[in-house]
Design a protein around this ligand. Sequence first.
Ligand code: NI
Length: 161
Amino acid sequence: MALRTIVLEGDDILNKKCRPVEKFDGRLEQMMDDLVETLAATENGVGLAAPQVGILRRFVVINVGEGPIELVNPTIIAQEGEQEAVEGCLSCPGEYGVTKRPMSVTVQAQDRKGNTFTVSGEGLLARALCHELDHLDGILFKQRTVRMVDPEEEQEGAAEE
Ligand code: NI
């Protein structure tokens, strides 16, 4: 396992659409381990997507405090309601904005072995799922913000993703 450098806004890789994972092999395991480890080493991170560590493939890890959830080739298959909350991104340090997201989502994905499963989340988990899946399509949270917030009025508990 190895810590990877988190790519920052301004790097083209964050605007690109990632390709599906097709091979569920040792290399994917290695990359997923790196992603999990890199997220765990961040201060307030609740999610990290492969392109944020320079890999243009469709996988992410999310941890809202209950352990890492690994999602390969994830897609949202259901969503309900609406929420507005302050969001940040590990690729945009020090910047926060209010985004409008579904209150709950259900995502279908594969695990690192290629087995299909679904995960449902509300609140923060729903937000993290939407945020990370956006990264796989080259979309940053700033493209979803209702308004940016002043870092001065910061922001207990704002999630970094
Ligand atoms: Ni992010």
